[in-house]
Design a protein around this ligand. Structure first.
Ligand code: SF4
Length: 584
């Protein structure tokens, strides 16, 4: 295994993941062998293994069952299903059965919100869970049936494309945009800039400017990285692009390589999408055989480029681009200080263009259509279309493609939502949009979004929604900086305290103070946005909090000044200073 990875320590995470797939955990013996073969300390291996939630240094059972704990899975009954499975297998959540057969727990959103409740068994996603399916799975586990022999229907993941636009409905032949880019003399960055294309990962940085900065940065090598670590709860549109439009993704990466002068690219695939690894490898192989990857691509001498796929291991923070690069280098996924930015100091400190899956697809579309046609779609500052991942209280969850500028109300109508009281746009770190704001528009001018669109109707308790998001942040904080590590835990404790009926108005004020601290002292965006779910739901649904608060109006159970009378008598004092009021 180590030889296959070229005894390269930057491959550490991939090696650990493969060991885990073979043994169910990472045995100590393997740690020793790796340390010797890769010439790195054991402590580094253990530190990396303990950072990622899908890797374990101790056995977690032959079958490791993790229920997706996103709020939309909960709304579909995931907690009942987990309780049922625990009962059937005589097990407590978080514990390994005494015979070492199975463990059951939860994990953050698995990216299957349109077909939940979902779970992972030994890293493989199972969708559309029901009580019947829980019984079947419990029986398969009791019979020790290998996961590879479980019914294939369990593992079926639908695309659920409900509305196609120019991107999802594209008929661009494989290699056509790449051939056009090559024959234009690699004239790529100017048309991309002219198209107005902005990154689709949420931040919206102009793609042409990023590619230009990367091309112009000095370095011995340049790299292209596709961020497919789609971990924001409620987002699953990259899953669909990787499943049904992988050629477009790889074509976008190859065009980017031509623009910035890269010879090597990486696609960082989130661990929850492990099932896509083999199909993606097959697509890469087909492209190599068609000379769309490899050496002298499409006959252009000196244009050599290939792509490697790197699978993550359950760390939400690796969606942050500098943390993703650390992870690609085989380290813990801790965000770097910025600046310098990845365009100048990215993978192995070399210039790196890192973009979201959808951005690479949109780049192909923008070049294929031409800047003028592309700019005509969407709004002035948000050109082109956007894929929206719709989940929650609606009869038609799935993927919807709209030109930028579509209103929240229009999306709600299309997905059939009724009695909606709120929409969470762009995941827990995004915005909670109440009924009075449904005419707001999705786009960088108003509501920027990476794609999540979670719908809540009037049967939902928005306090519990916010509490789920706060738990998510506390779980996913990487722990590198104290304000976020401690602050997200404090926030979680505060929300639990309020849920348990022990909160007061003071706690709500403290959340605002905590937000100020986290905003100003957190190292990355996770900490800076961790209080958003509470502050946003407080704005629209304050009664959901106030109904749970303890009243501060109370009558003292005893007379404090009166209880000091005996002390006054004993000391012979009765002046004003010996009375409580005066002491205060
Ligand atoms: Fe890690 Fe949170 Fe600090 Fe970001 S803000 S580096 S997630 S501890």
């Amino acid at each position: 295994l180590v030889m296959r990875h070229g005894r390269d320590a930057t491959r550490l995470l991939q090696i650990l993941r493969e060991i885990q797939e073979s043994f169910g955990h990472i045995p100590q013996q393997a740690v020793s062998v790796l340390a010797a073969k890769l010439s790195i300390p054991r402590s580094r291996i253990e530190s990396v293994a303990s950072f990622y939630s899908f890797l374990h240094l101790k056995p977690h059972g032959e079958y490791r069952v993790l229920f997706s704990d996103n709020i939309t899975d909960r709304m579909l009954g995931s907690q009942d299903l987990m309780d049922q499975m625990c009962q059937l297998l005589w097990l407590q959540p978080g514990k390994v059965s005494e015979d070492g057969l199975v463990s059951i727990g939860t994990t953050s959103c698995t990216g299957m919100c349109d077909q939940g409740p979902a779970l992972l068994v030994n890293g493989r996603a199972i969708t559309r869970m029901t009580h019947q399916r829980v019984q079947e799975i419990a029986q398969l586990i009791r019979n020790r049936t290998p996961v590879a022999d479980w019914p294939s229907d369990f593992f079926r993941v639908e695309d659920n494309i409900r509305r196609s636009g120019l991107l999802l409905g594209n008929t661009i032949p494989y290699g056509a945009a790449l051939a056009a880019a090559i024959s234009s003399g690699a004239h790529i960055i100017e048309p991309i800039k002219a198209s107005g294309l902005r990154g689709r990962g949420g931040a919206g940085f102009p793609t042409g400017l990023k590619w230009e900065a990367c091309r112009d940065a000095p370095g011995s090598e340049h790299y292209v990285v596709c961020n497919a670590d789609e971990g924001e709860p409620g987002t699953f549109k990259d899953r669909v692009l990787l499943n049904s439009h992988a050629d477009l993704v790889f074509e976008g990466m190859t065009i980017c390589a031509l623009a910035v002068g890269a010879r090597k690219g990486f696609l960082y695939l989130r661990g929850e999408y492990r099932y896509l690894l083999e199909p993606l490898h097959a697509t890469l192989q087909r492209r190599r055989e068609s000379n769309l990857l490899g050496e002298s691509i499409l006959g252009r001498a000196g244009f050599d480029f290939d792509i490697d796929i790197h699978v993550g291991a359950g760390a939400y923070i690796c969606g942050e681009e500098s943390a993703l690069i650390e992870s690609l280098e085989g380290k813990r996924g801790v965000p770097r200080n910025r600046p310098p930015f990845p365009v100048t100091h990215g993978y192995l400190q070399q210039p790196t263009a890192i973009d979201n899956v959808e951005t690479f697809c949109q780049a192909v579309l923008a070049l294929y259509l031409g800047a003028e046609r592309y700019r005509a779609i969407g709004t002035a500052k948000s050109t082109g279309s956007k894929l929206i991942s719709v989940s929650g209280d609606c009869p038609r969850p799935g993927i919807y493609e709209y030109p930028f500028g579509v209103s929240v109300r229009e999306v709600l109508q299309d997905c059939g939502a009724v009695n909606t009281i709120a929409v969470q746009v762009s995941g827990p770190s995004g915005a909670c949009v109440g009924e009075s704001e449904f005419d707001r528009k999705l786009g960088f001018e108003d509501l920027p979004t990476a794609g999540a669109f979670m719908v809540f109707d009037d049967s939902r308790d928005m306090f519990e929604v916010a509490r789920n998001y706060v738990h998510f942040f506390a779980h996913e904080s990487c722990g590198f900086c104290t304000p976020c590590r401690v602050g997200t835990s404090m926030l979680k404790s505060t929300m639990d305290k309020i849920a348990n009926g022990h909160g007061t108005r003071y706690d709500l004020n403290e959340v605002e103070n905590l937000d100020r601290v986290l905003q100003t002292t957190s190292h990355c965006g996770l900490g800076r946005t961790a209080c958003n779910p509470v502050l946003h739901t407080l704005k629209h649904f304050r009664p959901a909090y106030e109904n749970r608060l303890k009243s501060l109006m109370f009558s003292p159970a005893f007379d404090l000044d009166g209880s000091l009378a005996r002390a006054r008598q004993m000391t012979g004092r009765d002046d004003a200073g010996a009375h409580l009021k005066e002491v205060e």
